[in-house]
Design a protein around this ligand. Structure first.
Ligand code: NOJ
Length: 710
């Protein structure tokens, strides 16, 4: 067991900020008392799912002593298969905000909605690091950097759990594509496993996450849900995880191995591995009763930790077999406001030539164009999670279990038209194949706003894409359409809705004056976009991944081998581009503002305090004409002997600065931030030597650097 002093300190810090009322110790005391009264069958019952019903997962219950069936419901962006909920900003777009407070608020409002529907465990957040831009589910988590994923995961877990709902971090681990997800085996070296793939899970565990979902894939030939190395050793022992491990749906493949190697609850149940077979295994001594008690205690403790024994805990008001049969419980409150704000704030302005944006006040006529600009002619939810394999109309979330049912969806056209008001004529064409019609329409408009999308999701095939994307080009003739519009209008603004990076063959077109990266903003999409286009909100989003010039610049495509070798090791995302000297089109951390920021006076101090081995401060000044938020990013270069990538993100802060004003931003780097994982010592160590710290506006726009020695 290796919980370092540092890990413990961080844990205590999080425990005291988490609004969930009980500590783990208190929760375990209660769990011990309850589980102590249970028979073997009763303990087995609560570890075994009873199939999809009111919720996508229901655990078994007991009477005398009483323990309820827990309701487990997807997903990472909102309550799935439900009405009267908020279908908000996807994880990847929330991450674009680089705003810890906004990420926390998003977690809190989601937690409230799950709680309001009587859900015990929200099946999210997804904190998997984006390995390949093609992977279908990259939109559910927080991008290509482990540190950013960790911070976003922590804020989301704390937000959700502060409302009395168990956060289920997923999918543990090395589950980074949809193709062959249930049959392939991932292999990775131990150092990269720790420093990249397990890092965000470790941070979310420190924040008190109540549950972890093990993934479909195998790890070094063993199914993730029966992997002693990843569940017992890494998660429970090294990370000190105190909650329960649930299987992904159908990811359990054995009784004895799964139970002995760390699985605590099987989902959705019915496959026969737990239930009677687990009872038999305990009776025959293949699984000790002590281990079964531990499984049960972990589940019951997570329940008590979130105070779910409170008599006011709501009844489940979902029906995951037939959504329309669920009782009407409206949990939306005013969460749409937060969604709109976050969608706008998270918008990444990639290009803004001749100050094309914000739009000038004297506009007379705007054209809004493309399939992605308008409503879906087949109804609101064709592309989400309603059994329909399609992607029409504007894109605001990916597909699969990481989606939710839109209560409404404001398209770019609707958002722009309503903001433009009666004096501005807004014309549209939502047919991206009819380039002639679009060109005719845009010849006499002041500005042409052309929207395009690229979608992906979980498992199901949509337009030939089996979850993972076949390529990174825009859908619905997007690239040709953008070019055709730009050929006919001198002020063309491109808006992209996508689950991940796309290629931009049109980027150098002289008439393309601005590119707005909206990501997946959820139900308020068009309003968030209009807020930015008209300058009501100064965009402060930054890319959580690299947008490459060419598809082949990315190191990892979808791998169809039985064994998926993570041979890029530590060089994931921008670290690959940096190490191989490949110039991206838009780098990790990039994003423009309607104002400018300058950085100066970087000061660094070292100390012996493990919680703050190094501290740094830097002055940031808003030198432009409008107020705005700077995202100040801190990258560390390790001593050369450490064998780390050229630089790694280890801190960021988003600060609102009024025009003409200056602020100081501070960073504290603890022992872990300055450590590498030493495989021989099986521990984190701080390499001795010369480090550099780089402060900048992106991973490649570094303004201040200095060095220090440890
Ligand atoms: C399978 C998905 O991989 C997982 O993320 C989801 O929570 C479950 N299905 C339940 O729907």
């Amino acid at each position: 067991m290796q919980i370092t002093a540092l890990t413990t300190a961080v844990f205590i810090f999080f425990a005291s900020t988490n609004a969930a009322a009980r500590t783990w110790e208190e929760a375990y005391e209660k769990a011990e008392a309850l589980v102590g009264k249970m028979s073997i069958e009763q303990k087995v019952n609560i570890t075994t799912g009873t199939g999809r019903g009111l919720c996508v997962g229901m655990s078994g219950s007991t009477t005398d002593p009483d323990f309820p069936a827990l309701c487990l419901q997807d997903g990472p962006l909102g309550v799935r298969i439900a009405d009267n909920i908020t279908a908000g900003v996807s994880g990847i777009t929330a991450s674009q905000s680089w705003d810890k407070k906004a990420l926390r608020k998003r977690g809190e409002y989601m937690g409230k909605e799950f709680y309001g529907k009587g859900v015990h465990a929200q099946l999210g957040p997804d904190v998997e690091v984006m390995r390949s831009p093609y992977a279908g589910r990259i939109f559910e988590s927080f991008g290509e950097d482990p540190y950013l994923n960790g911070v976003a995961g922590v804020e989301t877990v704390l937000g959700i759990q502060s409302e009395g709902v168990i956060a289920v971090i997923k999918h543990f681990v090395l589950n980074n594509q949809e193709h062959n997800r249930t049959t392939s085996s991932s292999t990775v070296d131990d150092r990269s496993l720790h420093e990249v793939w397990a890092w965000p899970f470790a941070r979310a565990v420190e924040a008190g996450a109540g549950s972890v979902m093990c993934s479909y894939n195998k790890i070094n030939g063993t199914y993730a849900c029966e992997s002693d190395g990843s569940l017992n050793k890494l998660l429970k022992s090294e990370m000190g995880f105190q909650g329960f491990v649930m299987s992904d749906w159908g990811a359990t493949h054995s009784t004895v191995d799964a139970a002995n190697n760390g699985l605590d609850m099987t989902m959705p149940g019915g496959e026969g591995y737990f239930g009677k077979n687990l009872t038999k295994a305990v009776e025959e001594g293949d699984v000790t009763e002590e281990r079964l008690t531990d499984m049960a205690k972990r589940i019951v403790a997570a329940y008590y930790k979130m105070d779910q024994d409170d008599p006011d805990f709501p009844e489940v008001s979902l029906n995951s077999v037939n959504r329309t049969k669920a009782p009407m419980v409206d949990v939306q409150e005013d969460h749409a406001k937060l969604v709109r704000q976050l969608g706008a704030e998270a918008t990444v302005l990639l290009l803004n030539k001749d100050e094309a944006l914000p739009l000038p006040a004297d506009l007379k006529k705007i054209a809004v164009l493309g399939v992605d600009a308008g409503p879906d002619p087949n109804g609101l939810n064709c592309g989400g999670d309603n059994g329909l394999a399609c992607n029409n109309g504007t894109l605001a979330m990916g597909w699969g279990s990481g989606s939710a049912t839109f209560p409404y969806l404001i398209s770019p056209y609707e958002g722009i038209k309503s903001r433009a008001g009666g004096d501005v004529e807004v014309v549209h064409s939502f047919d991206s194949w009819d380039t002639d019609a679009a060109q005719d329409l845009v010849r006499d408009v002041d500005v042409a706003i052309v929207c395009a999308s690229s979608d992906s999701g979980e498992a199901t095939v949509v337009d030939g894409n089996a979850g993972d994307r076949n390529n990174l080009t825009l859908w619905h003739n997007g690239d040709k359409f953008i070019e055709a519009v730009a050929d006919a209008n001198e002020k063309t603004i491109v808006v992209i809705h996508a689950t991940g990076p796309v290629t931009m063959p049109w980027i150098d077109h002289k008439n393309i004056k601005a590119v707005v990266w909206s990501g997946l903003p959820g139900q308020e999409s068009g309003n968030s976009l209009a807020d930015v286009l008209f300058g009501d909100v100064n965009p402060s989003g930054r890319l959580p991944y690299t947008i490459a010039k060419n598809e082949d610049d990315y190191p990892v495509h979808i791998d169809l081998h039985d064994t998926i070798d993570y041979k890029e090791n530590l060089l994931v995302g921008y670290k690959w581009f940096d190490a191989k000297n490949i110039e991206p089109l838009f780098e990790f951390g990039f994003g423009l503002s309607y104002t400018n920021f300058s950085f100066s006076d970087l000061k660094v101090k070292t100390s012996d305090n493990e919680g703050e081995l190094v501290s740094a401060t830097v002055a940031v000044e808003n030198t432009g004409d409008v107020d705005g938020a700077a995202v100040v990013q801190a990258y560390i270069s390790f001593p050369e002997s450490a064998g780390e990538p050229p630089k790694v993100l280890r801190g960021f802060d988003k600060v609102q600065i009024k025009r003409g004003h200056k602020d100081r931003v501070s960073f504290a780097f603890d022992k872990l931030s300055l450590s590498v994982y030493d495989v021989e010592k099986d521990d984190w160590v701080v390499p001795s030597g010369k480090y550099s710290i780089h402060i900048g506006a992106s991973s490649r726009d570094i303004h201040q650097s200095t060095s220090f020695t440890l």
